[in-house]
Ligand binder design. Sequence first.
Ligand SMILES: Cc1cc2nc3c(=O)[nH]c(=O)nc-3n(C[C@H](O)[C@H](O)[C@H](O)COP(=O)(O)OP(=O)(O)OC[C@H]3O[C@@H](n4cnc5c(N)ncnc54)[C@H](O)[C@@H]3O)c2cc1C
Length: 642
Amino acid sequence: MKAATPVLKDVVLVGAGHSHVTVLRMFGMKPIPGVRLTLISREVHTPYSGMLPGLIAGHYGFDDAHIDTGPLARFAGARLYQDEAVDLDLAGRHVICRRRPPVPYDLLSLNIGSTPNTADVPGASEHAIPVKPIDGFLRRFEALQARVLARKGRTAVALVGAGAGGVELLLAVEHRLRQAVTRAGFDASGLSFVLVSDVPDILPSFPAAFRARFHAVLAARGIAVITGAPVTRVEAGRLMLAGYGPLAADEILWTTQAAPARWLAKAGLPLEARGFLRVDQTLRVPGHDNVFAAGDTIAFSGRELPKSGVYAVRAGPALAENIRRTLTGRSLRRFRPQREALYLVSTGGRHAVGSRNGLVVEGDWVWRWKDWIDRRFMRKFNELPEMAPAPAAALPPLADREALKEISAIAMRCGGCGAKVGATVLSRALASIEPAARADVVVGLDAPDDAALVDVGGEQLSLQTVDYFRAIVDDPYTLGKIAANHSLGDVYAMGGEPQTALAIATVPYGLESKVEADLCAMMAGANEVLREAGCALVGGRRTRARLCRERARPGDGGATQRRSRARRWAHPHQAAGHGHAACRRHAWQGKGALGHGGDRSHDCVERQGGPNPAAARRPCRDRRDRVRSHRASHRDGARLRG
Ligand SMILES: Cc1cc2nc3c(=O)[nH]c(=O)nc-3n(C[C@H](O)[C@H](O)[C@H](O)COP(=O)(O)OP(=O)(O)OC[C@H]3O[C@@H](n4cnc5c(N)ncnc54)[C@H](O)[C@@H]3O)c2cc1C
């Protein structure tokens, strides 16, 4: 539960990398009233690189090696948008996503990692399996294993890139495939493995003693090593190596030098020569006071940092602190990355080699040590502490005076709770009123429900419903989609054909810009669904009062007075429970619309429609009876389904 403070600042985190998970955790522990976090992440379960080789080797399950960003985002009071950022609108302060409307931000942070560079070598993108993105790699590895088994184990596997990630991954792959092939009853000696590198030795950034240990491990496992041989081309089934010639390989894995995300180049942020994002020593992007970044994606101005999870993890607290300081108008702190990191690299089995400050250790105990460190790290995100509800702050401690002035000018007006009135209360209230009697009301308050049928003349009846519900997700775009789908479902359940819709949305009080952005996202989601259904959204994006006035206007689309089906949904960020929204939808009931109720109803439609015009002109009383019989069967159907 979060305090009922209006949203004043949107912090958007792109990528659930190793730094952002810490930012989320720290903001969950100590939120800033008025600050809303949004995480845009390609996947809901974000992999922890330290456990990836163990996952491939079979020592860990998926859940051991992944952080579930759902509970973590909830803990942080953050919205989680599962999508991929593809560009930025820096002037308008929006993140452009692949599948959803642009996401507005006041402060942006990027922690999107890197990918092995397949672009520079012809054929690599088509024929090699890059280790990142990791979620994609896990799927591709399962497919690879299936192919190996289909070949009864006879497979040559080559891995290009002999840094720590590559060496560790190849040893894990070898361990897993040998076991899988043997378990399947095939001869594992049909498997062969080769490690390929363009530099003179494997693990170039590690001490000689460390490299020597791995040379010994690789030799003992029968893994060939080719160094100083850059790959010039990748073809189906072989690698072309400079100074070496062709190398046959059924399966090619790619873990070469990290490359930055390509979309950063068009986003307009300052990049260094290779395309990594420049940040200063506070992790802020120079020239962009409201943009931060961390992890593999950055070119740190202090010194070149290794593309390693260790540094991304260490950047997390500094990033969280500087985001907080920016929002509260304090001076930023420098991120001081460690000079030397502890590296623990596993060898496929439950065995590892460690290195720090030139000291090298090896053994099963080193693996257990690594396992303990990794599991402790993961527990911080998968076992979140219980937090007391944050108290509502009179005014959030933000640095933006304009925003604070604007918000304090807004009266604390509650537009009414979006909660539904209990059914008994509602029936009592409705029973106490006597609506005007009209012959064209086929189903009205005499059989109260959330839908009404009105005879508007001609062959069709008008179906009207109204409903609403509170926010069930905190993403207004998704909520709009859900609400529209739900509304359409009700029309379909009545055998109706959706025609037009009116949307009424009430959102919590707040800054105009925030309200507008959420409203736009909600309407975009609803409209997407309605369009697919061929249902025209004929009103919306206005206040409820305005829409009601429109509804009463004579001749408004020729339908609004009579044919509406409505569903109201609540805005996601109504922490105090004030917010709600509504959508009114009009639905003409078309020919065949009553057919799903059974033979008798179907019969009714036949007579009502074209084939029997005389039936269509029958007195309303007759038609009402027939509709009632349909409704009874519809309700029976609903009961049976329930
Ligand atoms: C096999 C292997 C083993 C490794 N083992 C270790 C190890 O033991 N220790 C170590 O320190 N390092 C290790 N590394 C290196 C480590 O993986 C990286 O340095 C580390 O993951 C970088 O962290 P990050 O937070 O920058 O990015 P990542 O961990 O890559 O996270 C980035 C996240 O952002 C998401 N994302 C990317 N682009 C977008 C987008 N456009 N929109 C939305 N989301 C996006 C990704 O899906 C991902 O979830 C290993 C690497 C490999 C390949």
